[in-house]
Each structure stands twice: as C-alpha cells, then as structure tokens.
Design a protein around this ligand. Structure first.
Ligand SMILES: C[S@@+](CC[C@H](N)C(=O)[O-])C[C@H]1O[C@@H](n2cnc3c(N)ncnc32)[C@H](O)[C@@H]1O
Length: 265
C-alpha cells in the first residue's frame, strides 16, 4: 500500500477510536439506515474539522431546540435540510439568508466534512490552526445533526420550522425498496408536525418515479397543498435556489429536475 494511503488510513482509524460515539445517540434504538455512512478515507484537514469544529455547531441530545438559543446569531425563521449531501445548498442558503437559522441533517460523514470545508474555507493543504472558531465572516446560522433525521425528529417541537428541504433524495427505484425512501408516510407525519402552518416543504428530484411517488405521498398525508399553479412553478429552479451536487449530476446526465413546493395547511 502506498505510504500516503497507509497514513490516511491511520488518521481515519485514530479518528474513529477517539470518537467511538460519533453521535450521542448510541443509546437509542436506531432505525435501520440503508444508505452509506462512510465513504472514502477522510483526510487530515477534514478529520481535524470533524474533531475540532463540528462540536461547536453540532446538535446533540443536550441541545435546546429554541429559536433564540440554538444559533450564534438571533434568527427570525428556522429551516431544516434533510440529507444535505456535500452541503452546497445548505451553506449557500445560510450565506444568502443570515436572518434564517438552518439545521442540516446528514448521515454521510464525508458529506458533513465537506460542509465544514465550505463553512470554514479550510481544505487539504491549508495551514491548520490550533483551534478552529466561528470567526468573523463565518456564517453562524447553521447547526448540524450528523445522523439519521429520524433520531432528531423526536427532539423537534411542534410547529418549530418555517421550511423543510428534501433535495434529490436517494430514489430507491425498485418497488421492493420503496419503504427506504426518505419521503414516506412516517417521515411526512413528522414533517407535518414540526412545520408551522403556512410553512413550506420543498422536494426536488430528477427521478420520474420519485416525482409521482412524492406527489402521491404528500397528497395522502393530507396536511399539505402543492403550491404550483403552472408548469414553470415546478419545472424551473425556484428564485431562492442554490444548486446541489446531485442536481448538477442530473443535468450533466440529461435528466430534468423538478422542484415541488408544498404548503402546510
Ligand atoms: C442523493 S443524496 C443528495 C444530497 C444533496 N441533497 C444533493 O442534492 O446534492 C441523498 C442524501 O441524503 C442522505 N440521507 C438519506 N437518508 C437520510 C436520513 N434518514 N437522515 C439524514 N440524511 C439522510 C444521504 O446520506 C445522502 O447524502
């Protein structure tokens, strides 16, 4: 094995050993998760960010989910992005809307590490400071839950959120895997509970089956109305949109995404 790979592997193992309970939810009866939790080896800068910076913005079971206390700055509204992937949309929205507090949930460790890179500007090769703070100029309106959203739902009060984003969820296209889809009756029940009346659930997908599935599931839930009045309302990127990694991949591969906004009634 090349020297560099051995070194990276060691960093990865050390990180795991120092963080045996990467999430504080080990005591809970975790629901089964079918996606990837870890991917490629996480190199030094990202490991440092996960160790030194993530704790300052991480939501744990001790966090008070309170609009005035959760973020570093006062916020007027709160939004939740479920499955933020590499974090481009979350970081972009937070930068464009300092008046909104954003909660991002993502199980994939490499994705969380990538978001931290976007928030701090610290990449591989950057000089690593002893302590990584939320210095001036860094957005302080993001908090991260680095685990399965289903574990956080139980902590979120009723009518707490103004907006929920589910962007390009894994399609699980096979019929027998449909129960693995993020948009499902149980999750929609929770989302309807934690969204305020008039709040928006935005689902984006590039997958035909998922589009029909999402529309049906949300309709069956009964707590939402689809806001679209004409084709442009769901075929075009919304005005406040920030592109995501999976959207760009879909466009490169010739798939047209749809953007479905539902209002909580
Ligand atoms: C296809 S990726 C899309 C990522 C990103 N939204 C984008 O558009 O680039 C779906 C993401 O959802 C995450 N995910 C799936 N189920 C989740 C769950 N129950 N809780 C938190 N994240 C989840 C996956 O780890 C994955 O990163």
């Amino acid at each position: 094995m090349p020297q560099e790979t051995i070194q990276n592997k060691q960093i990865h193992i050390e990180f795991e050993e120092k963080n045996p309970s990467f999430t504080p939810y080990n005591g809970y009866n975790k629901p089964k998760f079918y996606g990837r939790r870890k991917g490629r080896i996480i190199r030094k800068a990202k490991t440092t960010l996960l160790e030194s910076f993530l704790p300052s913005i991480k939501i744990t079971d001790k966090s008070e989910l309170n609009k005035d206390k959760l973020f570093g700055t006062p916020v007027e509204k709160i939004a939740l992005e479920i499955g933020f992937g590499d974090g481009q949309h979350l970081a972009g929205q937070a930068k464009n809307h300092p008046e909104i507090g954003f909660i991002g949930a993502e199980v994939f460790q490499n994705g969380v590490a990538n978001l931290l890179t976007l928030l701090t500007g610290i990449k591989e090769g950057t000089h690593l400071p002893e302590k990584i703070n939320l210095e001036e100029g860094r957005v302080d309106n993001i908090r991260v839950f680095d685990d399965d959203i289903r574990l956080l739902f139980q902590q979120i009060p009723d009518a707490f959120l103004d907006k929920v984003y589910i962007l390009f969820p894994d399609p699980w296209p096979k019929k027998r895997h449909a129960n693995r889809r993020l948009v499902n009756p149980d999750n929609l029940k929770e989302i309807a509970r934690i969204l305020k009346k008039g709040g928006i659930l935005r689902i984006a997908t590039d997958h035909k089956i998922y589009k029909g599935w999402a529309l049906r599931q949300v309709k069956e839930n009964g707590n939402f109305v689809w806001t679209a009045k004409c084709g442009n309302d769901w075929k075009k990127e919304p005005e406040d949109w920030v592109q995501t990694k999976y959207e760009l991949k879909a466009l490169r591969e010739g798939r047209r995404p749809v953007f479905l906004d539902f209002e909580k009634i």
